[in-house]
Write a protein that binds this ligand. Structure first.
Ligand code: HEC
Ligand code: HEC
Length: 472
């Protein structure tokens, strides 16, 4: 779908609201849960072992459909040495780190995706587990790969496994194809998968049982995992309340069709959660001017700490959700979660997942912990601002910028990506390649305004705060 003007977007949104409204009238349903803005209360978590969690994370088994291994061998390109970056055993030792081997109960060997495709990325050439991957290209149709693999599938078992996987990708494709390279559609994928499942039995329905989410998916930036050490709730709008482990296993919504299998997978996740919660941010790999950083710390504590907390000795973190009005960043992501997603919140809260977790989004965004934030460009929940320097000086944010593709260049002065600013948006693009690389902040959900808290700074104060952020 291509936006041809604000009016069409508004009409489409209105039509969607009407549809959603009708669907709701015909069902008897519990009230929608949402959360207030303000501090997020802590929730008890199941204990786990971080080392066991890391092994489970990289060896997979929580994603149970995928490409038959034999077909994978026929169409896969040779693995780059750099993509073997993680030590694994058996078949996994020969697969790139974001893929894991899984053998189905009927004995078909599959290649499946693990969490690291989205939640690991390179910084200055080094693979960092937990760093959000902001260079994936979701503009391409994922079902095409499944089709290519289909030509090499043989026998009844493989064919059945391939069909299941290809079916899921076909259902997902329209809801996960983004308009821009680099942004992530995972939240849209998650609710689309809910729409295809009975919440009680988890059985898959080829046709959606609930009104699907709007298209195209809103752009979302992948947050770093090490924030989970401090955060009481998951996700920007803090919808992920209660038990985090159960929430984290939602990736298995793609393939898991029975509660029995979901319970098996759930047993892996307290360890995986423990690993995430023990993960430390990387250290800034370039020199830091300690004198300037010290001044920056003072400025930070006066202007930023009430929302983002304090760091170092006696650190504190308030777990504060700030209303969309107060923070002023693009409100659509929180708005949709609170106002247009009641059916998904209800699905979640009446499902296997809702036994110990609750979906309860707030009409705001959490002020994240800023540990290792210098490594996490581009910024804001929608990834609309390429550097922290421009986040702290709103007039300097580029309205249109070119996504650098799979090898972004880090700028240690501005703390973010060196990007080319353009005088035109997607509509002025010279060709399709350029169009899909343009981050166009005039599109719905892509706005780069708000968070004006650094605008009051003198240049010296801003430079000092940037220097301080390098120490976190
Ligand atoms: C297709 C990409 C993708 C995959 C695969 C994926 N995630 Fe995520 N994940 C995201 C995105 C995007 C978000 C941000 C959503 C939000 O915060 O609203 C996210 C958020 C999270 C968060 C919350 C972080 C925070 O600060 O609130 C955790 C924890 C997490 N994912 C864990 C996992 C685990 C564990 C797996 C594998 C079982 C996984 N994810 C698989 C894309 C993905
Ligand atoms: C009123 C509360 C508040 C204050 C004050 C505040 N922030 Fe934020 N900050 C937020 C919220 C909320 C977000 C998330 C907004 C979003 O993603 O749309 C955020 C996001 C950020 C991010 C981006 C994180 C990421 O990975 O995308 C950085 C960096 C940041 N703030 C730094 C600062 C600094 C430095 C200051 C002091 C000048 C500051 N903030 C002051 C609430 C605040």
């Amino acid at each position: 779908m291509k936006y041809s003007g604000k009016h069409i977007v508004t009409l489409a949104a209105a039509a969607f609201l009407l549809l959603a409204g009708c669907a709701e009238e015909t069902q008897t349903v519990a009230p929608v849960s949402s959360s207030p803005v303000g501090p997020v209360p802590a929730a008890a978590q199941r204990d786990g072992d971080p080392a066991t969690g890391l092994a489970a994370l990289v060896n997979g088994g929580y994603d149970t459909c995928g490409m038959p291994y034999r077909a994978y061998r026929r169409i896969a390109e040779p693995v780059k040495a750099a993509d073997l970056g993680i030590e694994r055993e058996g078949r996994n030792a020969e697969l790139p780190y974001m893929l894991s081997s899984y053998t189905t109960p009927s004995g078909v060997e599959l290649v499946t995706t693990n969490c690291l495709g989205c939640h690991a990325a390179r910084f200055e050439g080094k693979l960092i587990i937990g760093l959000g991957n902001e260079t994936l290209d979701f503009t391409v149709n994922p079902a095409l790969n499944a089709e290519r693999a289909g030509a090499y599938v043989r026998g009844a078992g493989e064919t059945a496994a391939w069909l299941k996987w290809a079916d899921r990708l076909n259902a997902l494709a329209p809801y996960i194809m983004t308009e821009t390279v680099g942004v992530n559609p995972a939240p849209s994928a998650t609710v689309l998968l809910m729409a295809h499942r009975d919440p009680v039995t988890m059985a898959w329905s080829p046709d959606p049982l609930l009104e699907p989410p709007p298209r195209p998916p809103l752009p979302v930036s992948v947050p770093p995992w090490w924030r989970m050490q401090k955060k009481h709730a998951m996700f920007y709008h803090t919808a992920g309340r209660g038990d985090h482990a159960r929430m984290m296993m939602m990736k298995s919504l793609v393939c898991t069709d029975t509660v029995e299998e979901a319970r098996r997978i759930d047993r892996m996740f307290p360890d995986i959660r423990a690993y995430l919660a023990a993960l430390e941010p990387p250290r800034f790999p370039f020199p830091i001017d300690e004198e300037v950083a010290k001044k920056g710390r003072q400025v930070f504590e006066n202007h930023c700490a009430r929302c983002h907390g304090t760091y170092g000795e006696n650190e504190s973190y308030p777990n504060l959700v700030v209303s969309v009005e107060e923070v002023g960043t693009d409100p659509l992501y929180a708005d949709q979660a609170v106002k247009d997603a009641g059916r998904f919140v209800r699905w979640f809260n009446t499902s296997f997942y809702g036994e110990v977790s609750q979906a309860a989004p707030a009409l705001g965004y959490i002020a994240p912990p800023l540990d290792g934030v210098w490594a996490t460009a581009p910024y804001l929940h929608n990834g609309s601002v390429p550097t922290i320097a421009s986040l702290l000086e709103s007039a300097s944010r580029p309205k249109h910028w070119l996504h650098p593709g799979d090898k972004p260049l880090f700028d240690p002065t501005t703390l973010g990506w060196r990007v080319e600013a353009l005088a035109y948006g997607k509509q002025g693009a010279r060709d399709e390649q350029e169009r899909k690389h343009i981050y166009d902040t005039s599109l719905p959900g892509h706005d780069n305004g708000g968070h004006l808290f650094g605008d009051v700074f003198s240049d010296a104060e801003r430079t000092a705060v940037l220097e301080y952020l390098k120490t976190l």
